[in-house]
Design a protein around this ligand. Structure first.
Ligand SMILES: [Zn+2]
Length: 335
């Protein structure tokens, strides 16, 4: 998994626009997130006269059920965190949410007001969706959970990825439209993660600074020394996939999936051997710098290299980039 920082994805201008739109019902290119209250029932309705904030205030003050009123005092107090808080803030809130008593009436209202199916439905809110997609897509082009699949955006509404709810919306419906709870993910990672309760299963979000690392185990302890890709590939016993904490590798079957890429590792070994020769083609001096090294690396391995420990977003530009980088480093240090 490739770590991402929430602040690197959403700037404060975008966060405040999201808040104004969702919480205060402000227009976003002709679209509004609004509700109607009829006979004490809250209904999602784009042409309604109530904002989410109005609805929360109304329930807190007028609802006939005391448990509902109490719950909405909690919602009111934390609504900004719920919508635009960073990941650690909503994780803390999710723990507290688990301890609160909830009744069916609360669930029913919350599913209506934190309405993922409407708000993230391209037919309902195409322009809004387009904006969210573009914010992500400018920075993330590969699934952050597996680093194996491209995630694509064709235009304002068409995409090849799912929004993965870290805190699943079936249990944590209060976070179903929280920005920090939504990450683009390839369809297979989203499906495998499914509805598991992350807090119970210690499944980590890419917003938590946990990275996956790769190395190899070879027959006889050494990678094949021939120039045959097939022979090198069969000398690789397995690709080791590790993550210091969390159950992500196991839940997403990353260990099993990465065994399919022994051929890529064999190619890395051969390309690594060609590195010094290819370097000679260029002006030696130009490639003494880090930028120069990056360029040769990119040319040979068709992938990006981070310039600092912090620079993990670079791994989200091309698939298998973390595997390539880790294996290149490992093979390069092997005599
Ligand atoms: Zn994935």
């Amino acid at each position: 998994m490739i770590p991402i920082r929430f602040e690197n994805i959403f700037d404060t201008k975008f966060l405040s626009k999201y808040k104004e739109f969702v919480l205060y019902g402000k227009e976003w290119n002709g679209e509004k997130y609004r509700f109607k209250i009829r006979n004490s029932e809250v209904k999602f309705d784009k042409s309604g006269d109530k904002s989410l904030n109005d609805v929360i205030t109304w329930i807190k003050e007028n609802h006939s059920n005391e448990t509902v009123k109490e719950f909405f005092k909690f919602v009111d107090k934390n609504i900004e965190t719920i919508l635009v808080g960073n990941f650690n803030e909503i994780k803390e809130l999710a723990r507290r949410f688990n301890e609160i008593s909830i009744n069916e009436e609360i669930k029913k209202i919350c599913r209506e007001i934190f309405n993922y199916n409407k708000l993230y439905n391209k037919r309902e809110y195409s322009y809004f969706i387009g904006n969210i997609l573009n914010v992500f897509y400018k920075k993330i082009k590969v699934c952050p959970y597996c680093n194996r699949q491209y995630i694509d955006v064709f235009n304002d509404t068409e995409r090849t990825f799912d929004f993965e709810h870290h805190f699943h919306k079936s249990k944590y419906w209060i976070f179903s439209i929280s920005l920090a709870n939504l990450l683009p993910s390839c369809k297979s990672c989203n499906q495998r993660k499914g509805t598991i309760d992350v807090l119970g299963e210690e499944f980590l979000s890419p917003y938590e600074d946990i990275r996956v690392s790769f190395s190899i185990e070879c027959n006889g302890g050494k990678i094949g020394n021939t120039n045959s890709l097939d022979a090198i590939e069969s000398s690789i016993e397995k690709i080791i996939v590790e993550q210091a904490e969390g159950s992500n590798i196991e839940k997403l079957y990353l260990k099993e999936l990465y065994q399919l890429h022994k051929d890529i590792v064999a190619e890395i070994e051969l390309k690594k051997r060609a590195f010094p020769e290819i370097r000679k083609v260029f002006d030696e001096k130009a490639f003494d710098s880090l930028e120069g090294f990056e360029e040769i690396y990119r040319l040979i391995f068709a992938n990006y290299i981070p310039t600092s420990e912090e620079d993990s977003l670079i791994f989200l530009k091309r698939p298998l980039s973390k595997l390539t980088f880790d294996i290149y480093r490992e093979l390069n240090n092997t005599p």
